[in-house]
Write a protein that binds this ligand. Structure first.
Ligand SMILES: [Zn+2]
Length: 417
């Protein structure tokens, strides 16, 4: 008797659930998002943003005229399961770090999410306080994320390095079990994605702009696969400070006209625009070569003041103490995209190396190449000089990645992605 009653109740509950499932097409509250209409929103854009249809939104909100949206209107949007953004933690592969001036093992460990003890052990360092500039250290993969489970079809997420630095380059690589197409954005900019032939490896090279606040930012990716709803994932990436130094530079009264922000801005935006062009082929493998047979005498990223003024400028290249009229070398195979006399940089050559990677050589005395010319790694493209806003003969070398000026030196030590 008691058992039969229980069974009946159970059947009744099942029936209720089944009825609800079968008849009710209205999503339950957790499957609905409230979207406040913004200036410029259209139903089409909102539907796309939430991976749903105009009809579904119109039906849910009882909209008779889908064109009559107003700013501030609260719209119920069916939140399809596939639009939920899944946070995935990256896996980092082993990398080599070349010790820089003023670095300590502690700072290096912090940068890569490792510990002093781990680095000392893996590199057989008897005394962790004794490291030297130029020393190559093995940085292990971050153990915490080694067995991170990924939502299908993702099989791996790799960051290089595991922590990004303001003013430096990083890369984000997604590997998948099946062919997919990937789009993404980071730091408010769409990412240029480099896909392999079978569509299972998607990499993007990121230039982190100088002055990016140290914080953890999410890279957002949408992974589209044939006959599957798109997968949206969010990858947290930490950006740390570059700890760049500050310096003052004295220039002549004549050169001071070139300090006008408008002159500097115009030149910088011209270069940035040129450096924003992206194609997925690449003209070189591995690292960049050094552009001069001379020591570096001013690093990238230094905050600068001129003639004791405000520290409102930044050095967005690395300088080499090249004597006048000594050869300047192409840092890799590429194509000349600029061979021109600029106000601040003087005689300037800019090369494109593919995949959004550019190098720039400034203050040249002579330019040996012409626009559109193809050059090879190590080819003499000009001679050093002091043209433009230079305080003496030297080579000013810049590297641009997808429209952002980055520290060139790491590119001579490791390759991205
Ligand atoms: Zn410079």
């Amino acid at each position: 008797m008691f058992n039969r009653f229980s069974l009946l109740v159970l059947m009744g509950v099942c029936a209720v659930i089944m009825t609800t499932r079968a008849q009710d097409s209205t999503p339950s509250p957790q499957e609905i998002t409230i979207h406040v209409v913004q200036r410029g929103d259209t139903l089409y854009h909102i539907a796309r943003q939430f991976n749903t249809t105009i009809d579904a939104i119109a039906a849910l909100n009882g909209l008779s005229n889908p064109n009559s949206l107003f700013v501030g209107q609260r719209l119920l949007v069916p939140n399809a399961e596939s639009t939920a953004t899944i946070t995935v933690l990256p896996q980092t592969s082993e990398t080599i770090h070349v010790v820089q001036p003023s670095e300590t093992l502690f700072r290096i460990a912090l940068r890569y999410g490792s510990t002093v003890a781990t680095l000392a052990e893996i590199n057989s360092l008897a005394d962790p306080t004794l490291i030297f500039v130029g020393q190559r250290l093995i940085i292990p993969a971050t153990q915490a994320t080694q067995s991170a489970p990924y939502p299908a079809p993702i099989s791996n997420v790799l960051l290089k390095p595991s922590v990004f630095t303001e003013g430096a380059t990083g890369s984000i690589t997604l590997e998948t079990q099946a062919a997919v197409t990937v789009s993404g954005e980071f730091l408010g900019k769409p990412l240029n994605i480099i896909a392999n032939a079978d569509g299972t490896r998607h990499a993007s090279i990121v230039g982190v702009p100088l002055f990016t606040e140290p914080a953890t930012y999410n890279a957002q990716f949408t992974i589209a696969q044939a006959n599957q709803p798109p997968l949206r994932v969010s990858i947290p990436i930490t950006v740390m400070s570059g700890n760049y130094a500050a310096s003052n530079i004295n220039i002549t009264a004549e050169q001071q006209a070139l300090l006008a922000p408008a002159v500097e801005e115009f030149e910088l935006s011209t270069i940035a625009q040129l450096a924003s062009r992206f194609t997925s082929e690449r003209f070189f493998e591995g690292t960049l070569s050094l552009p001069a047979a001379a020591p570096m005498n001013a690093p990238f990223g230094t905050r600068r003041s001129y003639n004791g003024g405000a520290l409102n400028r930044v050095h967005n290249g690395a300088d080499f103490a090249s004597p006048p009229n000594t050869p300047v070398f192409a840092a890799a195979n590429g194509r000349v995209v600029m061979a021109d006399l600029l106000n601040i940089r003087g005689n300037t050559v800019m090369l494109y190396h593919g995949q959004g990677i550019y190098t720039l050589y400034a203050h040249l005395n002579a330019i040996n190449v012409t626009l559109g010319q193809e050059v090879t790694n190590g080819q003499v493209i000009g001679t050093s000089g002091a043209t433009g806003r230079a305080t003496g003969p030297h080579l000013h070398w810049e590297v641009w990645v997808n429209g952002v000026a980055v520290d060139p030196i790491p590119w001579t030590q490791q390759s991205f992605p």
